[in-house]
Design a binder for this molecule. Structure first.
Ligand SMILES: Cc1ncc(COP(=O)(O)O)c(C=O)c1O
Length: 389
């Protein structure tokens, strides 16, 4: 668990590092990549060992008997999140963007509205629109420097919607939603007769002192409309395995989802299953605990350095390694502050508007990298905005 090790990912078909120059114009030679949400750390050793075992055996046939895999998911949800699930509630998709798309496909019809609290993870809107459904944007409200959901303001917007997708914890913005907020959302979904899809992919990446609450534990009457999304990929940095879990407690919803899975011929990839089975273990748990201590240090360093620049404000993260930085106080146009980050500081960060309304003055920085790199990024940002000091 040497999170300080600087691993050069360039030339490995890493989207984060090898697409930085083509997409952002930030030079591969000395740029710092802080966009795509994966980490510059190796996963726990047990995950690498599981893949190595497959390689040593050398035959990559179809996977059979998911008993151990489902048991590992059940153990993790119970021991880490206090959530008891049944093995047959679990469907394995090709990641959670695929899982979200499958939910949109299974539970809504073309033209239906899907509610998003924006700004939010950009792929939600992408798959909703690509499927011919409507994105209904409910703006998050900034209160005391953090996002809150304003259900009363969104009641008028939810007319004609069939689904709401929650990002919990929230990307970007890093909120760990409180029980009262989640209950508010449950009531909102019931009031408007919506299917509630709760994407909890960031649920293990919660900082000390914060407590993630599983949506299924908030309100027992929600189950007839609830779909839960979880994965090992974000927690253990194995996103390339493209594996995610759609967990559905309600039998009728499960039958509908199973029908669409069958119609599209979706079945799991053996690498994803082996990695997940191994990661959801005491060794994986120990690794996550150490990871969060390290990321906590990165978050403090990044926030202190960025907040020292007049006009910049990094939203306090309760979870995730994705720092959401507000540049509104600089009075600059988006083109100007983005150029200072990309051309001046030579850092690639996600552009705020990608996340929907409310993201106009923001950039999102991925701080899941070695401490030394975070320090270098902070120094470069301070230099690039030095005239504001
Ligand atoms: C909220 C959320 N859901 C899903 C994903 C991606 O999921 P996957 O890689 O399993 O498709 C991300 C990636 O950042 C995310 O932030």
């Amino acid at each position: 668990m040497d999170f300080d090790e600087i691993i050069d990912r360039r030339g490995t078909h890493s989207m984060k590092w090898d697409m930085m120059e083509p997409i952002y114009g930030v030079p591969a030679a000395d740029g710092i990549s802080m966009w795509v949400a994966d980490m510059d750390f190796r996963p726990p050793a047990c995950v690498g060992a599981a893949v190595q075992k497959m390689v040593d055996h050398g035959i990559y046939g179809y996977y059979g008997d998911e008993g151990a895999y489902r048991a590992a998911i059940g153990w993790w949800m119970h021991s880490r999140h206090g959530w008891q699930i049944e093995p047959d509630w679990i469907f394995t998709t090709h990641g959670l963007v695929n899982g979200t798309a499958m939910c949109v496909d299974a539970f809504t019809a073309p033209g239906d509205g899907v509610v998003l609290f924006t700004p939010v993870y950009h792929a939600f809107a992408r798959v909703i629109r690509a499927a011919g459904r409507r994105v209904v944007e409910c703006p998050l409200v900034l209160r005391d420097g953090r996002y809150e959901m304003d259900f009363a303001a969104c009641d008028g917007l939810a007319e004609g919607a069939r689904m709401v997708i929650l990002c919990s914890p929230h990307n970007p913005g890093g909120r760990v939603w409180s029980r009262a907020e989640l209950q508010g959302l449950a009531d909102f979904a019931k009031r408007h007769d919506l299917i509630l899809v709760s994407d909890e992919i960031h649920h293990d990446l919660v900082y000390p002192g914060q407590k993630h609450i599983v949506m299924d534990l908030v309100d027992p009457t929600l189950r007839e409309r609830l779909v839960m999304l979880t994965a090992t990929t974000k927690s253990f940095n194995i996103a390339g395995a493209h594996s995610g879990n759609v967990i559905i407690p309600d039998q009728a919803l499960r039958a509908r989802f199973a029908g669409r899975m069958a119609a599209l011929g979706i079945s799991a990839n053996s690498f994803g299953i082996e990695m997940a089975t191994t990661a959801y273990s005491p060794e994986g748990a120990e690794w996550i605990d150490a990871l969060m201590v390290y990321l906590d240090g990165n978050r403090r360093l990044f926030d202190a350095g960025v907040n020292a620049i007049p006009g910049l404000a990094s939203m306090p993260l309760e979870a995730t390694y994705l720092a959401w930085v507000d540049f509104a106080g600089t009075g600059m146009t988006a083109a100007e502050f983005t150029a200072r980050v990309e051309k001046g500081a030579r850092i690639a960060a996600n552009h705020g508007p990608t996340f929907g309304a409310g993201g106009e003055c923001f950039l999102r920085f991925n701080i899941a990298t070695s401490r030394a790199r975070v320090a270098q990024a902070v120094e470069r940002l301070q230099a690039s905005f030095a005239d504001l000091q």
